[in-house]
Write a protein that binds this ligand. Sequence first.
Ligand SMILES: Nc1ncnc2c1ncn2[C@@H]1O[C@H](COP(=O)(O)OP(=O)(O)O)[C@@H](O)[C@H]1O
Ligand SMILES: O=C(O)C1=C[C@@H](OP(=O)(O)O)[C@@H](O)[C@H](O)C1
Ligand SMILES: [Mg+2]
Length: 159
Amino acid sequence: MGSGKTTVGKALARRLGARLRDTDADIETVAGKPIPEIFVDDGEQHFRALERSAVAQALAGHDGILSLGGGAVLAPETQELLRGHRVVFLNLSMPVGVRRTGMATNRPLLSGVNPRATYKALLDARLPIYRGLAVLEVDTDHRTADQVAVHIIEELDLS
Ligand SMILES: Nc1ncnc2c1ncn2[C@@H]1O[C@H](COP(=O)(O)OP(=O)(O)O)[C@@H](O)[C@H]1O
Ligand SMILES: O=C(O)C1=C[C@@H](OP(=O)(O)O)[C@@H](O)[C@H](O)C1
Ligand SMILES: [Mg+2]
């Protein structure tokens, strides 16, 4: 969360003239409400079910850039669906992630009393999954979102 998947996705799509989809936006459209409300009303499990379906539909019907939510790859079937795609892992350190997400109230997993500890625990648990899926890892602590997009285009020879 806060690594720039949504923002860099937009920058990449703009630079490449490619289409963009963000599964969090798709989930909100299907549910008819914002993500925090899905968590409160229906719970994380329901959110994850909507997310699995949103990713599967996007991968089947979309040609372009796809931004996922940070927890999407926890689902084994999503991991399977992503194999063969050029998955990019936008990495960042805990303090930077907490700072980037700290101003917004729209990430329910970080809304508890100790967002730093929560963020660190999530990052530690997820790192091996992100690394296992990615063909490219980009450090975003020291790059602007646009610099991240340019780096991806260069490294993956997309231009
Ligand atoms: N490389 C970056 N440098 C500085 N701020 C960034 C960077 N990438 C994203 N941001 C900012 O961090 C916040 C979260 O970005 P977002 O794209 O929503 O992340 P994600 O989709 O990975 O959770 C936004 O305010 C965004 O402008
Ligand atoms: O990491 C996660 O589990 C989540 C990340 C969020 O998306 P971003 O990674 O785009 O913030 C969003 O899908 C939801 O709040 C859960
Ligand atoms: Mg996002």
